[in-house]
Design a binder for this molecule. Structure first.
Ligand SMILES: [Fe+2]
Ligand SMILES: [Fe+2]
Length: 293
């Protein structure tokens, strides 16, 4: 696949990933931040599975003249499936370490939620949930690409894991309009959109924070990282950094005039996607990570 694309067109990149040399603590200066994103990674395959099922169902209800949107839904689902495959490989690495035996307990609670959504909630709920998550996606992309660009030059940063997030979240920016357009075509409800954002964010955080706290406790007990005041201070800084960056942007997305088409690409996003298209490999992206600083 070449790196060129028609403006606005979604590109499906089947990315190879070898995490055998990757580190679970991929950001040694900020293990609390690394574990927060590791916890998100662990939940993503289930979350993205839910999004794929919602979009795959929703596309069948689109008006006949929205062939463009139908095609977007298919590309969206393929992109999300590729994200899931890559995250599963990273998650396997975390599970194989044996450091965190209670991950499965956290995952089974998340799974129970999605089984319930599939059974009890209608497509309208599932699509607004998907739209809510997809609203946060490009914000996280911007946060992550800005932070990542600052952290690329830090000592001992694991560039393969960093490349996983840089590629994934750049594609979240790329397909940011799909769920929004589907919801607009099928429902067009402002309050449904607001509720979807709140629901998706609180659901994701309700999973990721307790899991990352558990993983950090295990790390401190085993002496892999230092806890105490230094650990609490790092966590406070990391969480404050994320909150002050993300919350105002989410609030802006509550505007009735919000449309993700108007969001500018985060710095480095186009370059990351270009290199992803050329290499189709996280390991090769890692080798070229400094080109996008
Ligand atoms: Fe994704
Ligand atoms: Fe997405």
């Amino acid at each position: 696949m070449s790196g060129s694309k028609v403006d606005g067109e979604l590109v499906v990149r089947k990315i190879e990933a070898d995490f055998s040399e990757a580190k679970i603590n991929w950001l040694p200066s900020d293990p609390e931040l690394a574990q927060f994103w590791n916890a998100v990674s662990i939940g993503l395959p289930m979350l993205e599975g839910h999004l794929i099922r919602a979009l795959a169902r929703a596309k069948k209800h689109l008006p006949a003249e929205r062939e463009d949107l139908f095609a977007d839904c298919e590309l969206f689902c393929q992109q999300e499936a590729n994200h899931t495959k890559a995250h599963l490989k990273f998650n396997e690495k975390v599970a194989e370490s044996g450091f965190y035996p209670e991950i499965d307990t956290h995952l089974s609670r998340l799974k129970a939620d999605y089984v319930r959504y599939d059974k009890e909630m209608d497509l309208r709920f599932c699509m607004h949930y998907a739209e809510g998550f997809e609203t946060v996606g490009p914000i996280l992309a911007e946060y992550f690409l800005v932070q990542a660009n600052r952290r690329l030059t830090e000592k001992d940063v694991d560039l393969v894991t960093l490349s996983l997030w840089r590629w994934h979240l750049s594609e979240e920016y790329e397909h940011r309009c799909c769920a929004f357009n589907v919801v607009e075509a099928l429902y067009g409800s402002y309050w449904g959109r607001v509720h979807g954002i709140v629901k998706a964010m609180s659901h994701l955080l309700g999973f990721a924070i307790p899991l990352s706290e558990y993983m950090l406790r295990q790390d401190v007990e085993a002496g892999r990282i230092d806890g105490g005041i230094r650990g609490r201070w790092r966590k406070f800084r990391s969480y404050m950094g994320m909150t002050t960056f993300i919350v105002p942007r989410v609030l802006r997305a509550f505007s009735p005039w919000y449309n993700p088409i108007n969001l500018k690409p985060p710095k480095g996003c186009d370059e990351v996607l270009e290199i992803a298209s050329q290499t189709l490999s996280l390991n090769k992206m890692a080798e070229r990570a400094y080109e996008t600083v």
